[in-house]
Design a protein. Structure first.
Lengths: 213, 213
DNA sequence: GCATAATGTATGAACGTTCATTCATGATAG
DNA sequence: CTATCATGAATGAACGTTCATACATTATGC
C-alpha cells in the first residue's frame, strides 16, 4: 500500500525532474546562444535527454521557451515575497521605509538575484516580441508587487520629509535606476560592482530623503 | 568625362541605395519578428529586392545583422554629436551644466531618438550574445561620449553645490535612470509619457542639485 | 497471488519544411 | 566587349515535429 503510493510519487517526481532538467538545459542554451540559437538539438545535447522528450512535456519548442519565461518570472517574484509580504502589513514609519529600500537595494544586486544567468535570460526574453504577449508582470517590473512596495515606501518618506516632489515620480525614478543598473550589469557583468550599485542607489535616495539615508 | 563620372556615381548611388534598403528592411523585420525571426525570406519580401542581393551586399545574413547593429549605433551616436561636440569646448558654469542636462533629457526622450523602432532594435541586439562581441561603445551607453558628457556636467554641478556626493556616482545614477526609462518605454511604448520621463529626470537632478533645477 | 490488460513515460529514426547560401544566367553601363 | 550588378531556381544542411516502438508501472480479473 505505502510502497504503491511511494512508487507513484516517485514516478511523478521523475517526470517533474525531467521537466525541470529541460527548463534548466534550455536556460543554459539560451545563455550561450540566445533565443535564436536555442534549437531542439542543442537542448537535447545539453539535457542528455531524448529528442522526443521536449514535445512530450511541452508540446512544442515555442511553448517550452514560453514556460521557461514564466518559470523565471515566478522565481524572481518569489525572491521578493519576503519583502512584499511584510510590506503588506504596512510601512508605517519613515525609518522603516528607508530600511526597506536599503534592504531592497542589497537584495536586488545580490548574486542570488542578479547574475549572468538571470540577466541574460531576462534580456533575451524582453527582446522576443512573442513573449511580450505574456502580459504585464512578466519579464518586466512595472506594475508588480515590487513597484507597489517601492511606491509605498516613497509615499511615507515623502510625507515625512515634507513634500520634496511627487512620490510617484520618486518611486519611478528608483525603479528605473534599478533597471538601468541591471542593464549595466548585463552589458559588463565582470566589471560590475555590486557594492558600487548599492552605493549609487543610496546616493540617490539620500538626495531625495537626506534625513533618512 | 564628367558624364562618365556622374554615371559611375549614379551607379554607385544605386548600389548604396540597395544596401540601405536592405538595412531598413532588416530593421523592420526584426521589429516585428525579433532577431530569431529575421529570415532571408522575410527580409526579401520586406525589401522587394531579390534573394541573392543579401549575400551580394553583405556576404552573409549574420553579417547583415551585424552591420545593422553598427549602423544603428552610428545613427544614435550622431544624434549626440551636437551635444558632445559643444561639450568638448568645456562646461564651465553650473547653469550651463544644468541646461545641458535638461537638454539631454529632452533629446533622449524625443520621438527622433526614442521610438518603437530604436528601442526594439536596441533591446534585440543587446540580447544577442554574438553582437556583444562588437565591443564597448556599441549597443550600450557606458564608456561613450554621452557618459563623459554627463560626467563633466555632474562634476561642475557637484562642485558648485558643495559636495553632495561623488560626481561619478551621480553621473552613473543619471545614466542608469535614462537606461531604466528606456526600458520602461520598450516594455510599454503606448503608455509611456515622454513628458513624464523628463519630469522624473528633473525631479532626480533637482534632488541632487536643488539650486539649479 | 498471479496473469493480463491498460496507462504513463521515454526513445530516436523518419518526415516535410524552412533555412542560408550558391551559382549559372541575364541585364546594364562604360 | 568587358565589368559590374542583379536575379531566382537549385542545393543541402538544419530545423521542429511526428510516430511506431519499448519499457515500466498501475489496475483489473479470477
Amino acid at each position: 500500500m505505502a510502497s504503491a503510493e511511494e512508487a507513484k510519487k516517485k514516478r511523478k517526481v521523475d517526470k517533474d525532474l525531467h521537466r525541470e532538467v529541460l527548463l534548466e538545459a534550455t536556460a543554459s542554451v539560451i545563455l550561450r546562444h540566445g533565443v535564436s540559437g536555442a534549437t531542439i538539438s542543442r537542448i537535447q545535447e545539453e539535457s542528455g535527454l531524448s529528442r522526443g522528450m521536449i514535445n512530450l512535456h511541452f508540446q512544442s519548442k515555442d511553448n517550452l521557451i514560453r514556460e521557461l519565461a514564466i518559470h523565471m518570472t515566478r522565481q524572481y517574484n518569489d525572491a521578493w515575497q519576503s519583502f512584499t509580504s511584510q510590506a503588506a502589513a504596512g510601512v508605517s514609519t519613515p525609518e522603516d521605509a528607508a530600511a526597506r529600500l536599503q534592504a531592497l537595494f542589497e537584495t536586488d544586486f545580490s548574486e542570488a538575484v542578479l547574475n549572468k544567468r538571470s540577466a541574460r535570460l531576462t534580456f533575451a526574453f524582453r527582446a522576443e516580441p512573442d513573449l511580450q504577449a505574456l502580459g504585464p508582470g512578466y519579464i518586466e517590473t512595472r506594475g508588480t508587487a515590487l513597484h507597489d512596495h517601492v511606491r509605498s515606501c516613497c509615499r511615507v518618506l515623502c510625507e515625512a520629509s515634507g513634500t520634496r516632489g511627487d512620490p510617484e515620480k520618486v518611486a519611478m525614478a528608483i525603479m528605473s535606476l534599478l533597471e538601468g543598473l541591471w542593464t549595466d550589469f548585463h552589458a559588463h557583468p565582470d566589471e560590475f560592482s555590486r557594492i558600487g550599485a548599492v552605493e549609487i542607489c543610496r546616493t540617490t535616495t539620500r538626495a531625495f530623503f537626506p534625513d533618512y539615508f
